[in-house]
Design a binder for this molecule. Structure first.
Ligand SMILES: *[C@@H]1O[C@H](CO)[C@@H](O)[C@H](O)[C@H]1NC(C)=O
Ligand SMILES: *[C@@H]1O[C@H](CO)[C@@H](O)[C@H](O)[C@H]1NC(C)=O
Ligand SMILES: *[C@@H]1O[C@H](CO)[C@@H](O)[C@H](O)[C@H]1NC(C)=O
Length: 431
């Protein structure tokens, strides 16, 4: 029983296989048999392995009934219903619930199901290797989704021609909310945001009183009135009526609105910056900060829901080493496993990370690294960076993330700067 729960557990019988000549083949077989017997018999009695029937929160969705859509009228049958911002929806919470009532296979977990939305332009990238990076950024998101059982939508058309560039996300999120009534949270991620911790999960239990969550520094927004006090490249929005109204207010500040000029004046006054999606968002947070509306919005400071790559990329090497140290000590974390049960190993690692901190200055893997200012697709990077510097940084972050995924396929990029070379991982690495 103690065997598997001990953090420093090592597999003595297996290690002897490194030196099989010491033993007679028969002895090895007998030991292996004994080991297997003990291993299997500890599964049931060890709490780590025991199914917790009273809490299914970490289990994946039960199978959806993908072929059932009963002929009962739902909001989809209402001719006035629409996917665009200008088609106002009322009573959404009730409508969503009615839809779930007639599609009961989607009901379990409908209070915390996540749907990721991301996207890029419909035309090929102009920047060198831009499409290559977009593909890798997208692959990274698909990896995260596969590991955590999330769905994802990659939009690469302009859903609202009057809301181009940075504003386009609003139309995509709006359409996704009504296309996915089974999802409680829509999570917008910019195309150039990378998951650099494949294990970390958003602490949704913290957000039961919130409908909108973005990463930033409250003081910068509320006191210093800085549009850089948050970043709109990654945000969570609850699939509810409040959010539909919120998206409407946000879009009303954008180029599709007759109030666009007015808002441009207000924003340049308050934030000394042009009217873009992020400045508008900062304004919405600031304006209603103390009121009911604003109280539903949270600026997350506890972890990198979005992290600035400049502060992150140089820390990845040391973080890799810290994690290797942990794995050297904790045998369970070295155990090979199927990719589909990776979340289990994320949970097992948590106790070793309790002193790691989170966010800036921490040695925990940064959750999301955002290549703001690199503009790999259009090639028009911020002049304070170089194209090469951006590419090097993107490669490091993508390979750092890829190592967490490839591990489950038995490989590793030993050199984070070299995207094309991997080596096989030995058994029990890094013991
Ligand atoms: C099982 O889940 C319940 C409910 O969440 C929790 O109170 C209990 O501690 C869990 N038991 C184990 C062995 O994890
Ligand atoms: C990495 O760790 C070394 C040794 O502890 C330290 O000197 C160095 O400053 C660290 N680098 C970063 C970027 O944190
Ligand atoms: C890592 O890969 C880069 C790119 O191929 C190469 O320039 C560098 O020399 C490699 N570093 C090591 C330590 O091999």
């Amino acid at each position: 029983m103690v065997v598997f729960s001990h953090a420093n557990w090592r597999k003595p019988t297996i290690r002897t296989l490194d030196r099989p000549s010491i033993f007679l083949a028969g002895a090895v077989t007998a030991l292996l048999f004994l080991w297997a017997f003990f291993f299997l018999s500890t599964l049931d009695s060890n709490p780590i392995f025991k199914n917790n029937n009273s809490c299914k929160c970490n289990q994946p969705d039960p199978a959806f009934d993908l072929q059932s859509d009963p002929p009962v009228t739902t909001f989809y049958d209402d001719p006035s219903f629409g996917y665009t911002i200008d088609k106002r929806i009322k009573n959404w919470d009730h409508k969503r619930k009615l839809w779930l009532d007639v599609h009961p296979s989607f009901e379990p977990k409908s209070k915390d199901r996540v749907f990721i939305v991301t996207g890029s332009k419909s035309t090929p990238c102009k920047g060198p290797a831009g499409d290559h990076y977009l593909l890798r950024f997208y692959r990274n998101k698909v990896d995260y989704c596969r590991i955590h059982g999330y769905d994802i939508f990659y939009n690469n058309v302009l859903l609202d021609p009057e809301m181009p560039s940075c504003w386009a996300k609003i139309a995509a999120v709006r359409a996704a909310m009504v296309a996915h009534p089974e999802a409680e949270w829509i999570w917008w991620l910019d195309e150039d945001a990378v998951f650099t911790d494949m294990e970390y999960k958003i602490p949704f239990h913290k957000y039961k009183d919130y409908n909108f969550v973005v990463h930033g520094w409250p003081k910068e927004v509320y006191e210093k009135k800085s549009w850089l006090g948050l970043n709109a490249g990654s945000f969570l929005i609850r699939n509810c009526q409040w959010s539909l109204d919120f998206l409407e207010s946000w879009a009303d500040m954008g180029p599709r609105s007759e109030n666009y000029e007015k808002w441009a004046g207000v924003l340049s006054n308050v934030f000394k910056h042009e009217n873009d999606d992020q400045t508008a968002l900062a304004y919405l947070l600031l304006k209603d900060h103390e009121k009911w509306y604003g109280k539903k919005m949270l600026i997350e400071t506890g972890y990198y829901l979005e992290g600035y790559w400049v502060l992150i990329v140089d820390t990845l090497k040391n973080i890799t080493e810290r994690y290797l140290e942990i794995e050297t000590r904790a045998g369970m974390l070295r155990r090979r496993h199927a990719e589909m049960v990776s979340e289990r190993y994320g949970l097992l690692r948590e106790p070793s990370l309790k002193d790691a901190g989170n966010e800036y200055g921490s040695w925990r893997r940064p959750f999301v690294t955002h290549f703001a200012g690199c503009q790999p697709c259009n090639g028009k990077h911020n002049p304070v960076f170089t194209a090469k510097g951006c590419r090097n940084a993107m490669n490091k972050a993508l390979n750092f993330a890829d190592n967490q995924v490839l591990r489950n396929y038995g490989f590793v990029h030993r050199n984070l700067s070299d995207s094309s070379v991997v080596s096989p991982l030995p058994f029990d690495y890094p013991a």
